[in-house]
Write a protein that binds this ligand. Structure first.
Ligand SMILES: Nc1ncnc2c1ncn2[C@@H]1O[C@H](COP(=O)(O)OP(=O)(O)O)[C@@H](O)[C@H]1O
Ligand SMILES: [Mg+2]
Length: 245
């Protein structure tokens, strides 16, 4: 199974804080995805501005505190709205997506995340493309936990996950001079700037999940979608950063 995540910064105006999408990029990626339909695909997108902006506004980075219910609700309504917009574009481009929110299949208890895998297995066995997103999931202690679409693939390993492609708004992981690092090992990490717009740690957070996936024997590529064909090039190993342990 192939996991593809469309970065929130790639498909929304996250850094600008605007609740709008980059439709052309989404359409180009959708068209490219058609050539992957013979394989098993699991598709996700980040929350982008639709999630990160209200999370920061309502101070929900570390869970649900008293009185933040409406704020939490706003986050979930907005990310579902984004999921619906992305799903409609995918459908128009003939991708048989089944949209659902991560909060309806994942939950967290005592720091451990569980997932309704039979549901996902059903979709994949019937040649649907599951389409979920970074979301708040129920958490016994915190109330809500921010499950990033960078973290989701870790829990899909039992479904025979072989490869993960994180598409984002930069060519891949960049070194201090801004050059693309083709192969990245944990002990050769470049300087990673924190990002004020990303509540899940931007590239640093992405890499912590990427290394975990690599240690499980899963191939991980972090790549920009800057031109048509970049998804195929990343899939074939000719574009982006390969994360290895
Ligand atoms: N060394 C680095 N290489 C690449 N990106 C970096 C680096 N350090 C910080 N970043 C930031 O990480 C961002 C990508 O993470 P993020 O915004 O979370 O993307 P996504 O929305 O795809 O999850 C880049 O746009 C960049 O601002
Ligand atoms: Mg991110």
């Amino acid at each position: 199974m192939l996991y593809v995540k469309l970065g929130g910064s790639l498909i929304t105006y996250k850094k600008e804080g605007m609740f709008s999408i980059k439709e052309n990029i989404l359409r180009n990626i959708s068209r490219e995805l058609r050539s992957f339909l013979r394989d098993r695909i699991f598709l996700t997108h980040g929350a982008g501005s639709f999630g990160h902006v209200p999370v920061i506004k309502h101070n929900l980075q570390n869970g649900l505190r008293k009185g933040s219910k409406l704020g939490a609700s706003e986050v979930m309504v907005r990310v579902s709205e984004l999921n619906s917009i992305v799903s409609k574009i995918m459908l128009e481009e003939s991708i048989p997506v089944v949209p659902f929110s991560a909060r309806s299949v994942f939950m967290r208890r005592r720091g451990k995340i569980s997932c309704n895998l039979p549901f996902i297995e059903y979709l994949i066995d019937h040649d649907f493309v599951p389409l979920t997103h970074g979301d708040f999931i129920p958490d016994e202690e915190l109330g809500t936990y921010i499950l990033s679409a960078d973290e989701i693939p870790i829990y899909l390993a039992p479904l025979g996950l072989k490869k993960v492609i994180f598409l984002t708004d930069v060519p891949g992981v960049l070194d201090e001079e801004g050059n693309l690092i083709k192969e990245l090992r944990r002990n050769f990490l470049p300087k990673l700037r924190e990002d004020d717009f990303d509540v899940t740690g931007a590239m640093r957070g992405k890499l912590s999940h990427a290394f975990k996936l690599a240690s499980m024997g899963i191939e991980v590529i972090i790549a920009g979608y800057l031109n048509n064909g970049d998804l195929r090039r990343a899939f074939e190993g000719g574009w982006g950063t390969r994360v290895i342990i």
